[in-house]
Write a protein of this length. Sequence first.
Length: 318
Amino acid sequence: MKSTGIIAEFNPFHNGHLYHLEETRKLTGSDFLIAVMSGDFTQRGFPAVYRKYMRTRSALLSGADLVIEMPVFGTLAAAADFADCGVSLLAAAGIADFLSFGSQCGDLAMLKEQAVRAQEETAGQSDLIKKALRSGISWPKARAMAYEDSGGLSSSPNDILGIEYLRALNKYHAPMTPVTVKRTDPGYHSDKRSGSFASAFAIRQALEKKDERFLSDVLPEAHFYALKEEGCPEIRISDFDFLYNYRLYSMSPDELFHTAGMPEALARRIDNSRLCFVPTQGKAGRTRTTHTDCKRPARLQRKQRAPDFRPQGKCRWQ
């Protein structure tokens, strides 16, 4: 008997995930599919749109045979640590012969080449990445720019995760054969759909807009059945605004600097301007940061900002 591991968030479980499960069975001939899934919080720190039990039920009804929850320290981590956590969990369990993951390119050989390239990062490339990050460029784009002269690296979120899965397989000498399934949606951050396929980002937008026609086209029947059985309300980042702001205001500098995965420069920036910004809801599943004038007394700042979280003005570091 053969089994395949899949590392996913299923946030929410959609037709693309169903396609991934079905294609994985065809490609590997596996008898069992084992999903390592994020719990109630996802990789970017956002709460999952539906609780983990409802998403697990959707996956099981759609062809997964076992769903294992990834520990929260893995789900909240950057791509490399997220991949490490999922791969090491499957390797330690010893229950998977294959590791299947989705990718934008669908080219396993190319991703393997890029995984080797990324493993051999030079001091010069590291400096270029840091310089780009300081200028406000995102990490995926910064890394892709730094590798332009040495063959290049993909900046697609799913390809990046694929590269990290391959690196983790080598790191842990995991006896799993990698398999990739080409994604069928228009793109990770796209708000469009392609036939019955759309990204999880587009689906979360549709959930916020209550676009039932869009949702009925891109979500499998198992999703609606699980939703009915679980009676699970949708959860949004804005539901946590007061809690996030409380922690932002109350954390000591030492707590900030020792937060897992927190770069020192970012911790210092947050500490210097914590009374100058608050999160406000932007597009579905995303937040914006709004800055305010920091010259007024802190006590007054808290009083004026807490009710509606709509500060105005500019922060001193802008």
